[in-house]
Ligand binder design. Sequence first.
Ligand code: XCC
Ligand code: SF4
Length: 631
Amino acid sequence: MSTEFVSTTVEQMEADTARLYETAQKVGIDTWQDRVKNQTPHCKFGDQGICCRICSMGPCRITPKAPKGICGATAATISGRNYLRHAAAGAATHSDHGRECVWKLYDSSADGYYHVTDSTKLLKLAAEWGVETEGRDIYDVAHEVAEIGLNEYGKIKGFQRWTNRATEERQQKWDAAGIRPRAVDREVVASMHMTHMGCTADHKEFVRQALRVGLSDGWGGSMAGTEMSDILYGTPMPRDTEGNLGVLDKDMVNIICHGHDPAVSEMIVQVAETREMQALAREQGAKGINIVGLCCTANEIAMRHGIKMAGNFLQQENALLTGVVEAICVDVQCIFPNIGPLSECFHTKFYTTSPIARIPFSTYLHLTSENAGEVAKQIVTEAIENFKNRDESKIFIPEHKHKATVGYSCEGIKSRLDTVTNSHLDDLDTYRPLIECVRSGVIRGAVAMVGCNNPKVRPDYSHIEIMKKLIENDIVIVATGCAAQAASKAGLLDKASKVLCGEGLRRVCTLADIPPVLHMGSCVDISRMMLLVTGIAKDWGIETTQLPVVGCAPEWMSEKAVSIANYVVATGIDTYLGIDPLVSGSEQMMDLITNGTTEWVGAGYHINTDPDQLVQEIIAGIEKKRELLGI
Ligand code: XCC
Ligand code: SF4
């Protein structure tokens, strides 16, 4: 039994943050801690979702004395509109990232910068979509698949073809509730239209449309992002890496890739590996080039290349405050604008690469399919040449880091399960071994831990303490996004962390040689989780709503998370939130999202801002599902 494992505590992480905060003070830059203080207390109306500023008769705010806006909108209408706009923005964001991935497949060629890496996955998708593959050049197939994929965003008739992958029962439910998603762009536009002044006022319809626009993301745009990324860059399989700020290396040229779309980071990784760049780094006195990731970009390149992960959302300023980052290169989403002024306080070069995320104090290099290699080469070269410009007096790298095994795509999970089946007696490539463990109670159930950091709760504490409690109770975890990063910082992606598990889960971890928290990727990869629960439900022969599986976003902050929560619930998975979804100013809205959606889709939200109570509710929820199944 591995005796050595010691998890890094939240207190230790906070001590590292405090030390780096001293550097921030020294160089004269604010960080999120300062800005949280300045913004506290938050506006009560905004917090409760009852401030409306969608027309210029307003802004209108709901109070006991003023229960309606000037047009007559009630608290339910106003908070419902705000809620749907969040969901629509989130769906747009994920889906547009997905669309960029499909474009890269459309632009792919044997001699260009973007290639087909997983041709098996491409051919499978082609078959699913009825694209002829016999005797055709793989790039012809890729381009036809990509064109169909792109058309899904704006198709004039019919529903997202990705939804055909769901269970029969889900598809029927979605049709019955009128929420099967049409074109992604249409669902987003319809949401904006519905929430314009003077359109829908019935809060129920905002929630219904939020489910629909969410589904256009999870079973549309995000799924496209995941599938196309796998085809282009390879389907992730379990591999080893490391996580937390200790992965930054004093003797190497450190380049951070931050954001979401792997099109940029994949190129940086490729270029940095070339002999030419390695030699240049040594010429400049460095031992080599250390590419590390932040946020979901970290998840993408860790899963496919074993690139190290510097951390999650609220760690982005910390990473630069170490003083050893030669360059930070970002694509889209979750990038603090403060990275601009912060990088100016150090030698760090800051590159933006997408017209979607233009940020002051950065060098903008618009990366396209045609110039990707050159842009990446410029960034890596300039980073290397910047190595000599470090200011020794500003350097501090926290030591903490953990081993991490990442890359549990559905294919990766099945590959592990295949190792524990008796290949003579059982079918391979199924979830049955996992289902057997759950039925017998060796594992009680599974939780999908997802989402961001949010200073409204103690950062990372909610993620880590909830995960520890769950694995102690024999509940296996699949994680994406910044939740997965939190797990990596605490060592929960290290196989040795099985010592923290209950007896049953520990045995499974040993047999299947897995950590108790399975890293499934970035936030668009929550589409993998949807396929996972669908696959398990089909192999088990029950509905998704019956599975002892729930979702949990204890520290979510982004509009994307609202979209995610909507499609997870619409897929029949109860979702536990540790942050209020900004509608508490309307009892009707609160009732609808916690109870009302159950009528349509068989699942809803459970909201509790106390992580210790939230985890107890999750465990009770899973046990309840087991009881109903009679297991
Ligand atoms: Fe962003 Fe995806 Fe949230 Fe992390 S978890 S803060 S959205 S990076 Ni998606
Ligand atoms: Fe006020 Fe109605 Fe205009 Fe909103 S839409 S700002 S509630 S008048």
